[in-house]
Design a protein around this ligand. Structure first.
Ligand SMILES: O=P(O)(O)OC[C@H]1O[C@H](OP(=O)(O)OP(=O)(O)O)[C@H](O)[C@@H]1O
Ligand SMILES: Nc1ncnc2[nH]cnc12
Length: 272
């Protein structure tokens, strides 16, 4: 290979690292890829680190030692977080989102990749201290958000399903009554999906009574793993007491008025 110029290395390194947030790349790997000395790669990394810091684009973390390396950690600034949450609240308050029964149509936003990438990064930033090693959600609408959170953490996603599937092997199942649908539903977790002792972070799009989240906690306990935290995009203000003790919600839905078409939904801001 022709000698790779610094500008080319920096562009390639940035692409490789930001494509896989939080993954620890070894310097030897980069050194081999570009045919450059480790000291040269270190200089490139310093340039990327400074640029990221200067523009508030994320953090480049170096880990010393034989098992060490370098990784990119997404960082959404407080201002960007507040702007995204304001934008989501504004869009969710659009009058034509109200569905009879006081439901809010959210699927278009939940399935918009660039929005969910950011929300996933916000969850990662706020919940990384819990040190999960699995992300868990329940089908259907929670999946894109949970998947993007899993991406920001560089962790696998497990999906609880409404009913067991032969392709997933043996499963533990429970019945629960979702406060939202007021129906008895079944949820199943394949036994092989979560090893016992795993630290699980639950991510979902919506929480009303919290029965769905409670069900996921119970299933996780059933397979000998532990729920370390729960994050939801929207939680309703009422009922105040949910069926799970502790959770982080990015938006609070105070009211949906089907007659006036006014939805009162507010972000939980970084300054709150
Ligand atoms: O706190 P709860 O009252 O239990 O309700 C919350 C659940 O309701 C929604 O799912 P939904 O029933 O709309 O299913 P879907 O994602 O498959 O559309 C949401 O994704 C939660 O999982
Ligand atoms: N989108 C939604 N709007 C209102 N209540 C819900 N419960 C579950 N999903 C909901």
């Amino acid at each position: 290979m022709d000698k790779v110029r610094k500008m080319e290395r920096v562009a390639a390194l940035t692409k490789i690292m930001t494509d896989r947030p939080r993954y620890l790349f070894s310097l030897s790997q980069f050194s081999e890829l570009f045919g450059a000395a480790k000291s040269t790669i270190c200089e490139d990394i310093t340039t990327i680190k400074e640029t990221m810091g200067h523009f508030g684009l994320g953090i480049i973390e170096t880990v010393a030692g034989a098992a060490g390396g370098v990784r990119f950690i997404p960082k959404v600034s407080d201002t960007d977080t507040d702007n995204i949450l304001h934008e989501l609240a504004f869009r969710l308050a659009e009058p034509d989102r109200i569905i009879p029964g006081g439901f809010l149509y959210m699927s278009d936003l939940l399935f918009t990749p660039h929005l969910m990438v950011k929300v996933g990064e916000i969850f990662m930033q706020r919940l990384a201290h819990l040190e999960p090693n699995y992300i868990l959600t329940v089908e259907t609408k929670g999946i894109p958000l949970a998947f993007m959170t899993a991406r920001a953490f560089d962790l696998p996603l497990i999906t609880v399903r409404h009913g067991s599937k032969v392709t997933e092997g043996s499963a533990v199942s429970i019945n629960y009554v979702s406060g939202s649908s007021k129906r008895i539903q079944t949820m199943s977790l394949p036994k092989r999906a979560v090893p016992s002792g795993a630290r699980v972070l639950i991510i979902d799009d919506f929480m009303k009574a919290g029965a769905t989240a409670r069900g996921m906690v119970d299933l996780t306990n059933e397979v000998g793993a532990k729920v370390v935290g729960i994050g939801v995009l929207v939680a309703t203000a009422e009922p105040e007491h949910k069926l799970v003790a502790d959770y982080l919600s990015l938006l609070i839905l105070h009211d949906v008025d089907e007659h006036t078409k006014i939805t009162d939904i507010r972000p939980v801001l970084t300054s709150d």
